[in-house]
Design a protein around this ligand. Structure first.
Ligand code: SF4
Length: 255
């Protein structure tokens, strides 16, 4: 196998990158791919210190020894910066997470929506701010708790651009086993890109709706494609006006 090429090309310019060979290169930086080299570096630095505690001043410089302090500083800085982790009981509301724990919206930005359970869940909007973050409540509101990793959308970020970004990610993650997922996800990403770049038409909204139905539950082997359709179907529901503005104005109104 040629590991240096994407193994499946589905359309001009688009590729499906089969796990795991290309997921790192194409922007899917899974934590273990980052932890591994840093971990090896730290272990090597510690071994270096243990095995060679002192050496003559004229001994050649060990590259690990030169890198070790930087690795430790980076690791410490990263630990200090990554402070946005909270362990909260099930049932806290989206509003509480956002306003009390995350410090609220940044100055000048308004809340427009949130994906409560990771990229493959439906958007919730302002009317859902008091929904409790537990499985039943989030499901009743029309989404899923999923991984519980909430993504917040503000009023100065384009929901079409955000949805395009998500669908492009899912299209690249598709393993290519099922036809609806293999062909449908890149197609949705291309339609969304066209709309975002001002090349869309009203019929595209119907095409996107069609995709959300035919890539939904029951048509594919795993949950990747149905999950990918959740942010899309809810974006079409809650941000339809934004889609229409892109088409009417032939540009992204957020640019
Ligand atoms: S739905 Fe799952 S199994 Fe089917 S092509 Fe997509 S990722 Fe592969």
């Amino acid at each position: 196998m040629d590991y240096w090429r994407s193994s499946r090309v589905v359309a001009k310019g688009d590729t499906i990158n089969e796990f795991p060979f290309f997921s790192t290169i194409h922007g899917d930086l899974h934590p273990h791919f980052m932890v591994l080299p840093v971990g090896i570096l730290l272990i090597a630095a510690l071994l270096d210190e243990r095995l060679f505690p002192s050496r003559p001043a004229d001994a050649p410089t060990n590259p690990w020894r030169a890198l070790a302090p930087w690795a430790v500083i980076t690791f410490l800085l990263a630990s200090m910066v990554a402070i946005s982790n909270w362990e909260l009981p099930m049932g806290v509301t989206i509003r509480e997470i956002l306003e009390e724990h995350a410090g609220g919206m940044r100055d000048g930005l308004k809340f427009r929506g949130a994906i409560p359970g990771g990229a493959s869940t439906d958007f919730l909007v302002e009317e859902h701010l008091d929904v409790k973050m537990d499985y039943a409540s989030v499901q009743k509101a029309g989404s899923r708790l999923g991984t519980g990793t909430m993504i917040v959308l503000d009023d100065q970020t384009c929901p079409v651009g955000l949805t395009h970004n998500l669908e492009q990610f899912f299209a690249r993650e598709s393993c290519g086993w099922c036809t609806p997922c293999r062909e449908g996800l890149p197609w949705t990403a291309r339609i969304l890109r066209a709309i975002e770049e001002g090349r869309g038409e009203l019929a595209d909204l119907r095409r996107l709706r069609f995709h959300t139905e035919f890539l939904g539950p029951g048509f594919t082997f795993c949950a990747l494609a149905p999950g990918a359709m959740e942010p899309l179907q809810s974006a079409l529901k809650y941000y339809r006006e934004d889609f229409e503005k892109h088409i009417e104005q032939k540009r992204c109104p957020y640019d």
